[in-house]
Design a protein around this ligand. Structure first.
Ligand code: GDP
Ligand code: MN
Length: 379
């Protein structure tokens, strides 16, 4: 789960990281009031869950409260990379000397948490990572020791940060690491961390991604989820307890069990098709969950055929069949569907589906082959 900039920065502040003391507005007039209160000049920043807002025109300076209102009005009417802007952060404008990158994430190859820093921070950091990776310095963290001061000092030295800033930089880097760790984050990033005219460091932008699987132990973070900014299918799937990942192909797959789901996708590809999604309805799914899953699959306009591959263990074939039937009655889909139902109560399931206009298969290979054919011959 991604956090907004303001959510990330407010959390960073709890770890002693200096941030501009701004506030969130949802209307231009509110931005005006905030600018009056904190004092212009201010910067108006779109709160959307994508990067590159600055380049898209979602970050604008305003010299007066009146201008803040105007700029907020412009930004609140924008869409950035398809996401409508519903909130803006109004921050006191910072005087920026240099822009530094500082981030914490997991390096899977090193099997360690890595802290990265670069003197070439700001809006072009992706470009830096791609073309001049040597400009990014790294410190690998021993999980038992945490980020040590000497490691943070090495980073400061590695990016040629003037010594006056080092003690603050060390506090920020160790604070960011602790924030990452204690939030069960997969990313905590400050870009840019800026040096200001008065010889201070300030986190001007912030980003955090929290591991969804750890949210149960962070109710305060779970509450921050902004479902307005999430694709509706993902929200629906999460709320129904389905594991769903949208893909670009044309064959919708409904499967129980992650391993079987992956094997099914492999089979579809083997026979020349492309899966439209990964979907695991989980063990013991009831009819309503199956219906929700089918609804999510059919809402994807790329889907030209659907494959049900259900291996009944805890999941009962008759429950699945009832869910499929309920969804078919409600949605009246025009796309062909192939069903392979085996295991617990498969017989009952097949009987329930006998009158529905479905293509049946007994083996996975047969099912995959049939669904690929069906998708290719569908109008
Ligand atoms: P992003 O484009 O989504 O990464 O948004 P950022 O918050 O990082 O803003 C993009 C760029 O706008 C920064 O790299 C800065 O160069 C500039 N910027 C942001 N806030 C301020 C500010 O308070 N003062 C000045 N002068 N520039 C700012
Ligand atoms: Mn940024």
């Amino acid at each position: 789960m991604k956090l907004h900039e303001y959510q990330s920065k407010f959390r960073f502040a709890e770890y002693g990281i200096p941030i501009p003391r701004g506030k969130v507005a949802t209307a231009p007039k509110e931005a005006f009031e905030i600018a009056k209160e904190i004092g212009a000049p201010v910067v108006i920043k779109a709160q959307v869950l994508v990067g590159g807002r600055g380049k898209a025109g979602g970050v604008k300076l305003a010299a007066t409260a009146e201008e803040a209102e105007k700029r907020a009005g412009e930004i609140l009417g924008m869409s950035i990379k398809g996401l409508p802007v519903r909130k803006v952060l109004v921050d006191p404008a910072s005087e920026i000397k240099d822009e530094i990158y500082l981030g914490v994430t997991t390096d899977r190859a090193a099997r360690r948490t890595v802290v990265m820093a670069s003197a070439a921070g700001g809006v072009d950091i992706e470009e830096v990572a791609a073309t001049t990776p040597e400009k990014i310095v790294r410190a690998y963290v021993d999980p038992c020791l945490g980020l040590r001061d000497y490691q943070a000092r090495d980073l400061a030295n590695g990016i040629s940060l003037p010594r006056d800033y080092w003690s603050t930089f060390i506090k920020i880097a160790t604070g960011l690491y602790r924030c990452y760790l204690e939030s069960d984050a997969t990313l905590a990033e400050i870009n840019p961390l800026v040096t200001t005219g008065d010889n201070a460091l300030l986190a001007v932008d912030g980003k955090m991604v929290i591991d969804d699987n750890a949210l149960f132990r962070h109710p305060d973070l779970a509450e921050m989820r902004d479902t307005d900014e999430e694709p509706p299918a993902e929200t629906a799937a999460r709320q129904a307890g389905l594991s769903y990942v949208k893909l670009d192909g044309t064959i919708g797959c409904m499967v129980n069990g992650a391993g079987l789901a992956m094997a099914t996708m492999d089979m579809v590809k083997l026979f020349g098709g492309e899966p439209a999604n990964f979907l695991d309805i989980g063990g013991g799914a009831q009819a309503d969950k199956v219906a929700t899953a089918l609804r999510i699959i059919l809402e994807d306009p790329n889907v030209r055929a659907v494959l049900f591959n259900i291996f009944g263990g805890i999941t009962r074939g008759d429950e699945v069949a009832r869910g499929v039937l309920a969804a078919l009655e409600e949605l009246k889909p025009g796309v062909p569907m192939v069903v392979r139902l085996v295991g617990t109560n498969a017989e009952e399931g097949r009987a329930i589906l006998a009158d529905a206009n479905l293509i049946t298969a007994t083996s996975l290979a047969e099912a995959a082959q049939k669904v690929v054919e069906a998708a290719q011959s569908a109008p």
